[in-house]
Structure formats: structure tokens, C-alpha cells
Design a protein around this ligand. Sequence first.
Ligand code: ATP
Ligand code: MG
Length: 582
Amino acid sequence: MIWRMSSLFLRTLREDPADAEVPSHKLLVRGGYVRRVAPGIYSWLPLGKQVLENVTRVVREEMDRMGGQEVQFPALLPREYYEATGRWTEYGDNLFRLQDRRGNDYLLGPTHEEMFTDMVKSEVSSYKDLPVTLYQIQTKYRDEARPRAGILRGREFLMKDSYSFDLDDDGLKHSYAEHRDTYIRIFDRLGIKYKIVSAVSGAMGGSASEEFLATAPTGEDTYVACHNCGYAANVEAVETAVAAPQDAAAQPALRVLDTPDTPTIDSLVTVVSALGIEITAKDTLKNVVVKVRYPGVKEPKVLIVGLPGDREVDLKRLEAAVAPGEVEMFEAEDFAKHPKLVRGYIGPVGLKEAGYEYLVDPRVAVGSAWVTGANEAGKHVAYAVAGRDFDIEGTVEAAEVRAGDVCPRCAHELSIDRGIEIGHIFQLGRKYADAAKLDVLGKDGKPVRVTMGSYGVGVSRAVAVLAEQLHDELGLVWPREVAPADVHIVAAGKDPAIYETANRYAEELGARGVRVLYDDRVGSVSPGVKFKDAELIGVPTIVVVGRNLADGVVEVRDRQTGEKAEVAVPDLVEHVYALARG
Ligand code: ATP
Ligand code: MG
């Protein structure tokens, strides 16, 4: 394959796109890989399409190697399949719903558990047909609330999704383990740096669901790791130990305090300490009001979360805790409708009686005493004791997780980092099989309910993740496996001999199966511009055919290390061929 820049459908940009915040978005647009069509919807230009194909190929090869069988479902799906499992409603606003000309409801598939389950049900009847793993590499649609960062979070994106079907729990565990190994091979081959973290509640430390998070400071996911016991989990899955009960009888009586102008925890601590009750932020109980919107329910529910005043609410953790509910902020107009909730002075005493749901952070022990709002402007209470002065209806994991928090398994200190979810493996069990009554005839002639796993790789997201992890101030730095080409030949100068030699290289290398990008542009394009483009585009090997051709050498640059070597003119093809073959 030879791409000649004089005719390649490519325009690089010197300026970052105005809407781009993260490096991958800036560089993929500037390098001429993708173009925006609408929020979260992108077109792929030739260079980008090639990288996407390369990632797809790696995923397909590894899925085939593990024995997965590729199929392809439609993206346009009738409502009834998703109605049967409740997800037509449960998916909420994330689902693209549409109607055909007869008024029948359809959706654009966000994920395909229902379709795979149904297909297996109609094609498979005996235990002899199992286990089976089916997969597809297909466009998915989700009306994401916050499409951002270019193709990192799209509303249309390419996903590999696979589903395993087994007769029993051991079978499922085996299928899960095979997927895990396959994902390790895929991401290693792609050259992505990642961490495998638990996506289920920490205390159990189970492996029923794990995420592959590409490490990146711009990542939307936060995970904790324990360097003592190896525990690693998405913060959404971290479980806080419930604090041991304290003796309520030993606490002083509830006391109302005048605390004007204490809208913040800091100001409250100062005022209360001045009243002779020595406290820190940790001793205050902060009460945060949110609205939780459940799919299919018109009015959002008001939820009040109590947590120690030195912690913030982590909306993603709260949202994971109330899923499939979506959390919305409680705005000024909401306060206006709820006069009992006095902004800045909300407290738990009397909340239940007023009809509000009140949940606390697990650190709030039964019998513990707090300084908290009195539900009256300018007033707080001290010695509000959980279980004595107010009821705890339950706990909720909504507080931010911090570096230094204790590991739920071994109580060592946790460290914290950010990542981007590139893969998710999940032991579904019988949820979808139950909904579809997916049985096969067992060895003994009796029906056996099938158990399933579901596994996803963000294929288009992986392209952006690579750009995010592998770039420098000059541009992209692709690993060879996914690079749009193996070699970028730059003809630098005006001398026709330069173009003759460069062209010969391009053709000889192309004929040997090396993927060549050849900058053959003449005239207005200076060598400086060509070098800048080569650095921006990020092909792993750059060959400069230029002035030192007269000395019988050409320059070979390694895009990643920046190292330059001079190679004798006759040796160049062998040299580059060897690099391309690794
Ligand atoms: P996220 O938490 O990032 O929204 P998810 O948990 O909803 O992802 P899954 O349903 O597990 O995603 O989908 C499988 C994989 O598809 C994810 O691991 C991710 O790599 C990819 N993916 C999910 N949503 C998007 C998106 N909006 N754009 C690009 N890739 C996505
Ligand atoms: Mg996921």
C-alpha cells in the first residue's frame, strides 16, 4: 500500500479545534484522522479509518483465537426485545428511540444482550451445543449525557461485544477467564497501558465483573489500588466499612446553636469552636440534597445524603449506588418548592417526619454525635446522635474516595488514579436467560437454564486512548501494530533526484507489503512543513530523502525515541523492511 500525500485525502491543521479539551481529541482532529459531525458523532478520514481497522483486526484475531464466532446483528432493533427485559424503559434517556412509518417503536442498539439471548434460544436446543461464545464488532448508539473528548465518549461508537453461553457456573467462570486472558492479549498487542480493576463491591473482592482501565490523567474513571494486597477497584465499586456502633447514652443532650452566616463547613467549624465546642470538619454532618430521576417515572425523587463534612459527594459513586436512577442537582427553584429544606442549614432531625428519604455515609455510626443543620436559617445543632435524635434509614456509598482511605480487604492505605474504561467483562448469570426462558435439554433430558457472560471492548475508544497515552508535544506517536502506515517517506528539497529516489523507495517497499505514506508534495510545501506533518501524523518510522543524498545516505528517524540514523542509499529498503516486520 502506498499513500501519496499529493493526492491523499488529508488536510492537517495547525490549530487545535476550539471544542477540544484533551490531547487525543486535539491531535486526531489536527492530524486529519477524524472530523466532527455533531456532538459525539464523528467521521473517519483515510488515516483514521486505517487505524480503526488495525485495532479492529487485532480484536478480531484475538477473539477468533479464543474460539469466539463472529456474527453481526442489526443496529436498528424493534422495541419488543428490550421491552421483555425492561430495558426499553430502564435505559432512560441514553436510548435512541425512533418510529417507523407505521408508528412502530424501534431503538438503535446500545448493547445487544437481548438479541444474542434470543438468537441462541432459537438456534440451540441441547447441552451438546454449549458452551458457545458469539461476538460482533458493531456500531453502538447511546445518547450520552456528556459526550466529550471526541471519540473517547461518542454517541455513535464502535464496540466489540461478546456473549458466552454455558450450562453451569463453572462453565461461566471458564468463559470469563478466557475472555480476561483474551483482553490482556488484545490490550498488550495494541500497546495500551492499563489496569484491571474490580467493578463490583470491594469487600467481597469478587471477579464477577472487572474493567480494563487505560491509565490516563484525563480519564473519567477513578480507581483505587492497594499495594499491600493487590486489591484494585473502580471507586464506584469501593465499599466503605460500616462504622462500629457507639454508646448513644454516653452522648450529651441535643443542643441548638445560633450560627448565623455559616453557609460553609469551614465557617461552621470556626463559629462552633468559638462557642466552646471544639470540632473539625470531620465532626460535622453535611447533608446534600439531590433529585434522583428513575427511568419511566415522571417526577424525580428527592434524596438527602448525610456525610462527614470533610468529604464531598462523588456524583458518579452516588449514581452507581442509585442506578438505574440518574442524579440531578437540587436547584434554587427546587428549594423554593421545599420550604422545609433550608439551604445551608439542612439537618437530619425531623427529616423522616417531613417525608424525606435520608441515607448516610457508612462512616456515620449508630450512636455517633454530630454538629449539623437545624433546618432553620442561622441555626445548627450539636450532639445530634444517630439513632437517638434522628433515624438512619440506610447507608449509601456517595462520599468521595480519597488516597489514604483504608483498603476494604486489608485496611492498608489505598492509592488513587484515573483511567479510561476500554473493556468490561461481566458474569451476567441467568438474568437475561430467565427473561427469555433460555433453556437447553441437559444430559439427563431435563431442561437446564443457561448462564451467560457479557464482554465489551471499546474499539473506537481504543483509538483515542492510544492517542491519549502516546503523544508528545509534536504530535501522535503510534505503536506499529495500529499505525496508519509503517513508514513515512519525506522527500525534502527541490532536486528531482530526491523525488526519484524517494519514489523508488516507496514502490519497492510497497511491493514488499510495507505500508508507505510518501510525502511527494512539490512546490509550495517546504521541508519544514513536511517534517511538522510527519511528526503530527505519528507514523513510527520517518525516512528523510534530502540533501545528504549527495553523500549517498538518507536519514531514518524513530518517531518515538527521536533517534536519527544515516543509512546508505542501497541499504534503505532492507533496513525499513526489517523495522516494519519488527
Ligand atoms: P462508560 O462507563 O465509559 O460509560 P460503560 O460501562 O457504559 O462505559 P459498557 O456498557 O461496559 O460501557 O460498554 C463496553 C465498552 O464500550 C466500554 O468498556 C467502553 O470501552 C466502550 N464504550 C462505552 N460507552 C462508550 C462511548 N460512549 N463511546 C465510546 N466507547 C464507549
Ligand atoms: Mg462498563
